[in-house]
Design a protein around this ligand. Structure first.
Ligand code: SF4
Length: 388
């Protein structure tokens, strides 16, 4: 216990909060090899199934064992909060043209060499600047900033699932929707606890081979595919998929074709798929940016495979627009993350009447949010220094 206290003090966890928040999804674990002291715990929130000794943290580094209990160090301590267009998540069929209150903490349960948010995802909780923001205040900030939704994003939100769930409860009470931007690396035991409260998700499908997942993300492909099937078959969550294409690592046409065919067969043709461009970052600086032609070719392949809504991201491209798969009419014209034209009528193509799958805003909801917004101003004013 003495070593544990020392380590926890080293992490400055007690400097951050006097009340550690006990985690969910853990159980006591037997001592390792019979020789180590007791108080080990097993975290079963994600497929890593970390067994964590007293005074240590799991792979994601924001779930730590103190005295035989697991604590969630990210709870109520966001490291990043900002307002984004919903198209940046990316979500193209969920409240298009609206702002989303976006937040993340420290840590991650994957080890992607190409991480583009590595400054927070590869940090411990005590290595990032964070503010204390309880769940109900997150919702107040979203409303005050005119955001009809809150996104859990930037780092992997699964690993701070306790905070996500409490924000979702507070958000639902006030008519604000919630979004997971996730790598999909979550266990069956935790899946419904979190996603039953979520309105929309974007799941990163980072490649389509076990070799890529094992070598470049230090995880496995199969659990991510399971998550996508659970989302489709067991929830009403609106979800889209992102595939970041990295030259020479996951850009083989055969891999893209297999990925698109799997989506068609297991999820159907209407799940939007975003092919996005890589830029050199973190431990993967020896690969070039993804050429636009690679994204164009991937999009063609996925459409030929039978998917209806295939997008290109991180480049300026006509592949950002939404067109009717039946008659080809332009429905939503975008430039990067901006919606420039919106022609959908009550979620339908104005020319042929095809219902376009998604969650489309209506004016009634916008009005109720305007009223709620003024009531939040005083409470949220205490966060003025965040410059949101
Ligand atoms: S959530 Fe974190 S501590 Fe829990 S199993 Fe995954 S990596 Fe390990």
């Amino acid at each position: 216990m003495g070593r544990a206290v020392t380590l926890m003090q080293d992490l400055k966890i007690r400097d951050k909060t006097s009340d550690l928040h006990e985690a969910r999804w853990w159980e006591p674990a037997p001592p390792a090899g019979g020789s180590e002291a007791g108080n080990r715990v097993h975290c079963y929130l994600c497929p890593r199934h970390c067994h964590i000794g007293d005074g240590q943290a799991g792979f994601c580094f924001i779930r730590a064992n103190e005295g035989g209990k697991l604590y969630s160090l990210g709870y109520a301590h966001p490291a990043t909060m900002q307002i984004d267009p919903i198209e940046k998540k990316p979500l193209n069929h969920f409240l298009p043209g609206t702002r989303v209150f976006s937040m993340g903490t420290a840590g991650c349960n994957m080890g992607c060499f190409f991480c583009q948010n590595w400054d927070i995802s590869k940090s411990r909780a005590d290595q990032v600047r964070s503010s204390y923001v309880p769940p109900e205040d997150v919702v107040s900030l979203a409303i005050r900033n005119g955001c009809p939704s809150i996104a859990f994003t930037y780092n992997e939100p699964t690993i701070w699932g306790e905070y996500v769930i409490d924000i979702c409860h507070a958000a639902r009470e006030r008519g604000i929707r919630t979004v997971m931007v996730s790598n999909g690396y979550i266990t069956r035991e935790a899946f419904h606890d979190i996603y039953d409260h979520i309105d929309a998700a974007n799941i990163d499908l980072k490649g389509f081979t076990e070799n890529f997942y094992g070598r470049i993300t230090l995880t496995h492909l199969a659990p991510v595919l399971e998550t996508l099937e659970w989302l489709k078959n067991e929830t009403s969550v609106w979800f889209e998929i992102t595939n970041l294409i990295i030259p020479t690592l996951n850009d083989a046409p055969g891999e893209t074709r297999a990925l698109a065919r799997w989506i068609l067969e297991h999820l159907g043709p209407d799940v939007p798929l975003h092919f996005t461009a890589f830029h050199p970052d973190f431990k993967l600086r020896d690969k070039p940016r993804t050429p636009p032609e690679t994204l164009h070719a991937a999009r063609r392949t996925a459409i030929e495979a039978g998917l209806h809504y295939v997008y290109e991201g991180n480049i300026y491209s006509d592949g950002a627009h939404t067109s009717c798969p039946a008659c080809g009419t332009m429905l939503i014209r975008r430039s990067w993350h901006d919606v420039e034209e919106m022609h959908l009528k009550n979620g339908e193509c104005p020319k042929c009447g095809l219902a376009i799958p998604g969650r489309w805003a209506n004016s009634e909801e916008k009005g109720s949010r305007r009223i709620a917004r003024s009531a939040e101003t005083a409470l949220a004013a205490r966060y003025d220094d965040l410059n949101l």
